[in-house]
Design a protein around this ligand. Structure first.
Ligand code: FAD
Length: 387
């Protein structure tokens, strides 16, 4: 007979999204447990940590833009509070971003993005190729122009995860280092989960925050499972030796041959080069082709990278959703909430997700800013009903 534990909130999944949900809920006085065989790992171990609300703007994603901007605005205060609560520095860096064009097609693409940014009221400045190189002398001589976006910053997702884990522990969150294998139901309510070691965790509310695996938990009706899928991304980590610093002073990105490439310089000398975007199920193999493409494109952008030591190659899975936006809040099954589908913006959206989830867990109301992201938008019969 395995122990039965009880809590107010069980969070399934301890990536950045599950952890921030747990931390914020515990701060509001709820008794919170997290189930995850490896909390603090997940996609954030791979992610570049760009907080790129403006440069990641895509056509048709203006609703998501509002949430991205809301989260970006919270980052400085969120970072200060988290670092104070955990004693862990997160590597938040208000460095800005430069998006550049390498040929006439890229330039056209960037002009269109600039147009969209301006129509959306965003702060973004067009620079000539020469002005770009004056800002970042390591850029290739052929750079044709670029966008200077001083508001798109970065954080270090690995340190962010560590800080969230410590903050959760200090706030009294209980960790069960096992996989949740099945949701528990009591009548027509979600009532917790059974773990791989047989432990049954009973909970008043259950939050599914298992990243790209969120749609696979057994024991739940099909229609409440979030429609998320894994989107593989490969990244490289290089090291900038002291003698080469400052190599880049801000994030530099471009679209090369139709694919995005970015270089994110950390204060500690790490340079993250990313990322591929591949729909290959749950495969996380680092491939020669992926590494080749990243190096080839990054080298076109910043030729000097070939001098730098390559210290790590890694692949991770973004939790993609049908409209590239997250799913936040209550599902059609009473007692079951989701916080997933953050796709390429999960690190950026960490602060706002924590606030939204804590609010709905304590009051039952989904805050206004999160209404467009209710999981009910994917269940046609429920779209008109209040969340
Ligand atoms: C290459 C790459 C680059 C990225 N770059 C950026 C970027 O620059 N900026 C940005 O904002 N975002 C970026 N992202 C996206 C960001 O990393 C993700 O959106 C975010 O980390 C998702 O967090 P999550 O907690 O939802 O999921 P995950 O990080 O996937 O965590 C899910 C957790 O759930 C656990 N789990 C799964 N199933 C179960 C189960 N049955 N029981 C218990 N636990 C379970 C897993 O062990 C894991 O710890 C990037 C992602 C990748 C892959």
């Amino acid at each position: 007979m395995h122990a039965r534990h009880t809590c107010d909130v069980l969070v399934i999944g301890g990536g950045v999204i599950g952890l921030v949900t747990a931390w914020r809920a515990a701060q509001r006085g709820l008794r919170v447990a997290v189930a995850d065989p490896a909390p603090g790992r997940g996609a954030a171990q791979v992610a570049a940590g760009m907080l790129a609300a403006v440069t990641e703007l895509h056509y048709g994603e203006q609703t998501l833009l509002a949430l991205n901007l809301a989260s970006a605005r919270r980052y400085p205060a969120f970072t200060a509070e988290l670092e104070e609560a955990s004693g862990v520095e997160t590597g938040y860096r208000a460095c800005g971003t430069l998006a550049v064009a390498l040929d006439a097609d890229d330039r056209e693409h960037l002009r269109e993005l600039h147009d969209l940014q301006r129509r959306s009221g965003l702060d973004s400045q067009w620079l000539s190729g020469r002005e770009c190189r004056r800002l970042e002398p390591m850029l290739a001589p052929g750079v044709r122009g670029g966008l200077r976006v001083d508001g798109d910053h970065q954080t270090d997702p690995r340190r962010l995860s560590r800080a969230l884990l410590t903050a959760c522990e200090r706030a009294g969150v209980v960790f069960h280092r096992h996989e949740a294998v099945r949701a528990l139901l009591a009548g027509d309510r979600a009532a917790g989960a059974e773990l791989a070691d047989g432990t049954r965790l009973a909970a008043g509310q259950t939050v599914l925050a298992a990243g790209s695996l969120s749609g696979r938990l057994a024991g739940l009706p099909e229609e409440v499972l979030p429609p998320v899928r894994p989107v593989k991304g490969q990244v490289l980590r290089l090291r900038v030796p002291d003698a080469y610093r400052p190599f880049l002073s801000r994030t530099v990105r471009a679209v090369v041959r139709g694919g995005p490439v970015y270089l994110v310089p950390r204060e500690n000398g790490e340079l993250v080069v990313g990322a591929t975007s591949e729909e290959l199920g749950w495969d996380t193999t680092v491939t020669a082709g992926g590494v080749y493409e990243l190096l080839r494109d990054a080298h076109e952008l910043v030729p000097g990278i070939t001098e730098l030591p390559l210290v790590e190659t890694l692949a991770g899975l973004r939790p993609g959703s049908p409209d590239n936006a997250p799913l936040l809040g209550p599902t059609a099954l009473p007692g079951l909430l989701v916080a997933t589908g953050h796709h390429r913006n999960g690190v950026l959206l960490t602060p706002v997700t924590g606030d939204v989830m804590a609010e709905v867990l304590t009051t039952g109301r989904l805050p206004e800013e999160a209404r467009p992201f209710s999981p009910r938008r994917f269940v046609p019969a429920l779209q008109e009903q209040p969340a």
